[in-house]
Design a protein around this ligand. Structure first.
Ligand SMILES: [Zn+2]
Length: 489
């Protein structure tokens, strides 16, 4: 028994060593990489728009470089996928599975295991600019500039910790830079939320152009968030428009306009670069997008089946559904006003608008949009044998879970994690297409409401370099290093 365990450990370590990025590399002179991350950008929409001649710059990239799909991580949530992007490691190696860790606190960059591609380039004497990459809060010292992105706690002292070096805050102030659109505006007015998304992204373009024009770098990474935020709400309308050509409410146009905005952004960035000689441009998303027709609360299901103690669930449900979603949302909206007032207070010093994931009750992230993380901590287990029994029972139950309306199976597959790695959930449940896991509800299944889109496991990748085709998001960091060291020309 112990022999097989140690053999397993050795094999695992060999695998990790093989995958691990080097600590230092020899950077080639006159080689630069710019990465534009488009969170949640969906290739099928980009292709549709390209076929209609609406994305000339994406078209250019595809023609002279390459464009393809790449595999995201399991689970295919933003914090997990972007962590794999920057470390070249699988989730079980870097340890980030959600915005929220098992103990209910926000995940931070300090918990991220492995070296990031930014650290390696920095340590090798290269200059790095990293703007708005998830899981980089608190920002840390690199040879260059780092501006954090979500998850970020919401308190008065965050801004200094979100920007390295902190004297760059003055420049952000001048630009009027915002970290994240205020998602609570959804409950006030969709129109205001959409405007906020576009405003935040436009400021990001101003910053990007300022940095490309005035700063030296070997590696430049920046992530745009709008595709993800807009598609979560408007996916249904885009889908309808692509099939029927009808866009009664004009919502589909908002999303398609955002892709055109990304295309113009690509064009502007390419104007700064020398793609024939020195520079390589990479764009990628962290996951794709698809429909969410039905919401499923696995928290409720697991409670009804007796796997989770009802008292936990009741406490959580009290916070949301029983008080009534509208009252809860009104409360959150009020709360957001107070919180947005805090940065306003702080604005005397910084004028930086800020909303982060820290605003939201961590418990709501247990059911992620694309996966349900099941921890045995929430299930009372007496001993190891019983744990195995419960595991088998749970798998059995979950695979038999069916939508009462259609009789369709709901769980696509269950990913069983290495139980000895404490950061990993014990099981990651992935739903069938069209289903979205939803935090809490009095009903365990219901029709989709405000969020009509959800993540899918295939992301997009495009590059001005046609020589190497990555297959997963884990391949990108090693690819960047091979380009920067001149191994690929
Ligand atoms: Zn994402």
């Amino acid at each position: 028994m112990s022999q097989s365990v140690s053999r397993k450990n050795v094999l695992l370590r060999v695998k990790l060593l093989k995958r691990k990025l080097p600590l230092r590399v020899k950077l080639a002179k006159n080689r630069r990489v710019v990465v534009l991350g488009f969170d949640g950008a969906e290739l099928s929409i980009i292709e549709w728009l390209m076929n209609h001649g609406m994305l000339p710059n994406f078209e250019y990239l595809k023609k002279y470089g390459l464009m393809c799909r790449i595999q995201s991580t399991i689970p295919y949530g933003s914090p997990t996928a972007w962590s794999s992007f920057m470390t070249g490691l699988e989730p079980e190696e870097h340890g980030v599975y959600s915005f929220i860790s098992k103990d209910g606190s926000l995940e931070t960059s300090m918990k991220l295991k492995g070296k990031t591609v930014m650290d390696i380039v920095s340590r090798s004497g290269g200059r790095v600019i990293s703007v708005n990459l998830p899981m980089t809060y608190p920002s840390w010292k690199i040879n260059g500039l780092m501006i954090s992105w979500i998850p970020i706690p919401l308190d008065l002292n965050i801004i200094e910790k979100a920007v390295y070096p902190s004297h760059f805050i003055a420049t952000l102030l001048k630009i009027g830079y915002c970290f994240e659109p205020n998602s609570l505006l959804i409950y006030e007015s969709l129109c205001r939320y959409v405007n906020d998304i576009f405003n935040v992204e436009k400021k990001r373009v101003v910053l990007l152009c300022h940095l490309l024009r005035n700063y030296e770098y070997n590696l430049f990474i920046t992530v745009f968030v709008g595709a993800d935020r807009l598609q979560h709400i408007f996916w249904k309308y885009v889908e309808e428009y692509l099939i029927t050509g009808e866009d009664v409410k004009g919502y589909a146009r908002i999303v398609l306009n955002y892709y055109k905005f990304l295309d113009r952004l690509l064009g502007r960035v390419m104007d700064f670069l020398d793609l024939n000689e020195r520079d390589v441009l990479i764009t990628l998303s962290d996951h794709g997008f698809g429909p969410a027709y039905r919401y499923v609360s696995l928290s409720k299901v697991l409670t009804d089946w007796g796997f989770i103690k009802p008292c936990r669930y009741v406490r959580e449900i009290l916070l949301s559904e029983i008080i009534s979603p509208s009252i809860f949302r009104k409360f959150l909206t009020k709360f957001s006003k107070v919180l947005s007032f805090l940065p306003t207070l702080r604005a005397i010093k910084t004028k930086l608008h800020f909303t982060g994931i820290g605003l939201v009750n961590p418990k709501f992230y247990k059911d992620m949009t694309c996966a349900r993380l099941i921890d045995f901590d929430s299930i009372e287990i007496l001993d190891e044998q019983r744990r195995e029994y419960i595991l088998m029972k749970l798998i059995n139950y979950l695979y038999r879970l069916r939508d009462p309306k259609t009789e369709r199976r709901i769980i696509k597959y269950l990913h069983l994690c290495n139980v000895h790695r404490t950061e990993a959930p014990d099981i990651i449940a992935i739903p069938m297409d069209g289903y979205k896991f939803h935090s809490f509800g009095a009903k365990w299944i219901k029709n989709a409401q405000i969020y009509t889109g959800t993540h899918t496991p295939l992301a997009m990748f495009a590059s001005s370099l046609s020589k190497e085709i990555p297959s997963t998001i884990v391949d990108i960091a090693p690819l960047i290093l091979r380009i920067l060291t001149g191994k690929i020309r």
